[in-house]
Design a protein around this ligand. Structure first.
Ligand SMILES: [Zn+2]
Length: 416
């Protein structure tokens, strides 16, 4: 599992999962894992009844001394109560039943282990100042990839037969300076993508079909079954199986598609050395009115998944991805900022200036303008962008220039 990290500095985190052989006896390591599990359970039991927020500070005050008295190191203690906290919180959100831990697994802070990928050796610091040395079993080439990455946390597990270690490694992404901007508009039926030069000329327009309609069919099947057995569907094996089958199809279709799309888009963006601009889906939700373009029954998760995959693939290729507020991207005229009204299938028309255009293409153009507006003002690009700003007066050279650009986008669209 790997994922891009949101925040200031773009980074990629990946887990290197390998089998680990303890040198000598594994008694102490097993003892540590059992102690760790029991300590997590103890914290879970004690905070289960507490409803108010569990701050790190409070957990520290409640449990630190006890955990250290059990023989844990300072960072072990922190990992134990934070892990317990996350278990409690997710249990409350899901089943509502108190978690009971059976598996032997421990999260270990970077201060409590030493890793040497050259000799494939790992030293873990355990309770009561014990240490254990483990040899990591993995082919060279799998490890080679992580040279120069920084490690920060690991999880050690025992599955009854062997020990497994997942080392979390992090690489900051040195993004390349973009030469173009790619905007991506996600819709129920399609994903529309447009590449612009930094001064606003369109270079490429592409449309991908989404499998959302197929997904929706499975969704509707599930709803139908649940409606027919409103109370009992959870308990009848055959019914539950049928629901699971549809659910599995949905997951497969959506992951498959998101991966392929991410790869295609990132490849294209790399070819154009492009910065990628998305709609901020969180803003879409905040804006209250769910966008008509996204089907309500599917929810936002599908769109998030597509963005996630595109963003990940882009970062793998050292490309930057940013988000802009999607408000108005498919309701404002890209030429004059006037209100657009629907006139026919997927076609919008401006009430003020008469501009007519394809809805999705208009959205990509508006996303580009939003990006320019947001970033050229802060001087992030450091390039003179003479593309028109949103809501600009319809008169003037820029408007005409913009019209030419939009027209050429449309020509491109209908040519391809
Ligand atoms: Zn207009």
């Amino acid at each position: 599992m790997s994922y891009p990290v949101r925040g200031e500095e773009p980074a990629i985190i990946e887990a290197l999962k390998v089998r680990a052989l303890p040198e000598g006896s594994c008694d102490k390591l097993l003892e540590f894992l059992r102690l760790y599990r029991d300590a997590v359970q103890m914290v879970v039991d004690r905070v289960w009844g507490i409803d108010e927020g569990l701050s790190k500070k409070r957990l520290h005050r409640l449990f630190y001394d006890d955990l250290v008295n059990l023989g844990f190191r300072a960072h072990h203690a922190k990992e134990v109560y934070m892990y317990a906290k996350s278990l409690v919180e997710s249990a409350r959100g899901n089943s509502g039943r108190k978690p009971v831990l059976r598996k032997l697994s421990a999260r270990i802070d970077k201060y409590d282990y030493k890793l040497d990928l050259d000799s494939m050796a790992l030293t873990l610091k355990l309770h009561n100042s014990y240490e254990v040395r483990l040899r990591l079993i993995a082919p060279r080439e799998r490890v080679e990839k992580f040279r120069g990455w920084s490690n920060y946390e690991l999880v050690v597990k025992y599955d009854g037969k062997s020990f497994w270690v997942s080392i979390y490694l992090r690489r900051t992404v040195k993004t390349v300076k973009p030469r173009t901007v790619t905007t991506i508009d996600l819709n129920f039926d399609n994903v529309t993508l447009a590449v612009f030069t930094l001064d606003g000329r369109p270079l490429k327009l592409k449309r991908f079909k989404t499998p959302h309609r197929r997904v929706l069919t499975h969704r509707i099947w599930i709803e139908r079954i649940q409606k027919r057995y409103p109370r009992s569907w959870r308990f009848i094996k055959g019914v539950r199986r049928a629901i699971e089958r549809h659910g599995k199809r949905i997951r497969n279709i959506s992951w498959d598609y998101a991966h392929k799309l991410g790869d295609l888009v990132a490849k294209l963006a790399l070819k154009y050395c492009s910065l990628i601009v998305f709609e901020d889906l969180e803003k879409l939700r905040e804006n209250g009115k769910r966008d008509k373009r996204l089907n309500k029954r599917l929810g936002l998760w599908f769109y998030r998944r597509m963005q996630f995959c595109i963003e990940y693939e882009a970062r793998e290729r050292n490309l930057e991805a940013v988000k802009v507020d999607p408000r108005g991207t498919s309701s404002k005229c890209p030429r004059c900022g006037g209100r657009l009204v629907e006139c026919g299938y997927r076609v919008l028309r401006c009430r003020r200036c008469g501009f007519v255009g394809d809805r999705d293409v208009i959205a990509t153009v508006n996303l580009y303008r939003k990006y320019v507006f947001k970033y050229s003002r802060c001087g992030v690009l450091g390039v003179a962008l003479n593309a028109p700003k949103p809501d600009e007066d319809p008169s003037g050279v820029r408007g005409n220039r913009y019209e030419a650009m939009t027209i050429s986008i449309f020509m491109n669209l209908y040519e391809s």
